[in-house]
Write a protein that binds this ligand. Structure first.
Ligand SMILES: NC(=O)c1ccc[n+]([C@@H]2O[C@H](COP(=O)([O-])OP(=O)(O)OC[C@H]3O[C@@H](n4cnc5c(N)ncnc54)[C@H](OP(=O)(O)O)[C@@H]3O)[C@@H](O)[C@H]2O)c1
Length: 310
């Protein structure tokens, strides 16, 4: 049994040592320099692996993503059918994503963005702010990350509404599901946080019509995927004054092209897909735990569905 590691830009020796510590005797081969028989490879740990290549390993038992999103695997039309695609769920990633979101939620709820403007004008003066229970946070995507964020916000007294494809129950959050319920969530979101995956159904979801349903002066945080947002429609909503500000971590094209208007827009903060970078130390344990599960005849968790697209 051998493990293929395909993580351009990652620290291959850290991963090899970590996997060998977690799975004693593991034969870890690093793409694209691996040698030996492709039939030995039973597990492929990947991020943005070249299209068509996974189909050349005939004995794959699982494809393990090095990130929470799996669209980088599903975009491959030749990805071997029937081989489970395992998403990365990792406590450190969840912590970092929810704390990034909390930072920006507090930033806007407490109006710190206005103090930046006041300072530029050398103006001294406190700005009133809503109490947490008056600041309604709408979360698009109530999966691993959205649910964790809802719980964190509930503990801090925020009013939370969540949205998913199928009905969910999360303590402290009003949970809505399905496309018909989306306007209700949007209308109640003083701040909208998108934690949606990239799928055909979420593409261009936040367009002019839906942004218009947000309350006047609302804030947007996108930490899911950039494909969810129609960039020009967001800029128009900010320029008209309907939306107050946006903080964007994910984009249709990454790195964000130098000429993109988001870079210089006064109401937009850009972060470089930095909300929840894969934490090698804990991710290696999470990935190895799933490999051990399969070796013991158990199911890995969580497995993405090619039909759903996430
Ligand atoms: N910025 C970063 O650094 C960073 C880091 C990690 C992850 N991410 C992004 O965060 C995303 C979410 O991660 P996760 O672990 O929370 O994923 P997850 O557990 O799969 O949750 C996805 C959520 O989105 C909902 N959803 C999907 N399609 C929908 C649709 N068409 N309509 C309504 N709801 C829909 C799902 O609904 P159901 O509950 O009904 O299935 C689920 O609640 C990832 O896919 C990735 O794109 C970004």
């Amino acid at each position: 049994m051998a493990i293929l590691l395909s993580y351009a830009g990652g620290n291959a020796s850290f991963w090899r040592e970590g996997l060998q510590r977690e799975i004693p005797g593991a034969d870890v081969r690093v793409f694209p320099d691996e040698t030996g028989d492709r039939r030995d490879i039973e597990y492929a740990i990947v991020w943005m692996h070249p299209l068509g290549d996974l189909a050349t390993y005939p004995n794959l038992k699982a494809i393990l993503s090095l990130g929470a999103g799996v669209e980088h695997v599903l975009r491959d039309p030749e990805v071997p059918a029937g081989v489970p695609i395992v998403r990365l769920v990792d406590a450190a990633l969840t912590r970092d994503m929810t704390q990034h979101a909390l930072h920006w939620i507090l930033h806007y709820q407490r109006r710190y963005h206005l103090y930046r403007q006041q300072q530029a004008a050398r103006r001294w003066g406190r700005v009133p702010f809503p109490e947490p229970q008056e600041f309604r946070v709408g979360i698009l995507g109530m999966g691993e990350l959205g649910t964790a964020l809802a719980r964190l916000l509930y503990g801090l007294g925020f009013a939370v509404v969540g949205w998913s494809r199928s009905p969910r129950t999360v303590e402290g959050a009003r949970c809505l599901a399905g496309m018909e319920a989306l306007p209700e969530l949007l209308a109640q979101s003083d701040m909208l946080v998108s934690l949606l995956p990239r799928t055909p159904a979420t593409e261009d979801l936040l367009d002019a019509g839906r942004l218009a349903v947000l309350p006047p002066g609302a804030f947007l945080l996108n930490i899911g995927r950039g494909s969810v947002l129609v960039d020009d429609d967001l800029i128009a909503a900010l320029d008209s004054g309907h939306l107050a500000a946006a903080c964007l971590d994910v984009f249709r094209e990454e790195p964000l092209p130098a000429e993109h208007p988001f870079w210089t827009h006064p109401k937009v903060t850009v972060t470089p897909h930095a909300a929840g970078p894969t934490n090698a130390r804990s991710a290696v344990r999470a990935v190895a735990a799933n490999i051990r599960r399969i070796m013991a005849g158990e199911e890995p968790h969580p497995v993405a569905s090619p039909e759903r697209g996430y």
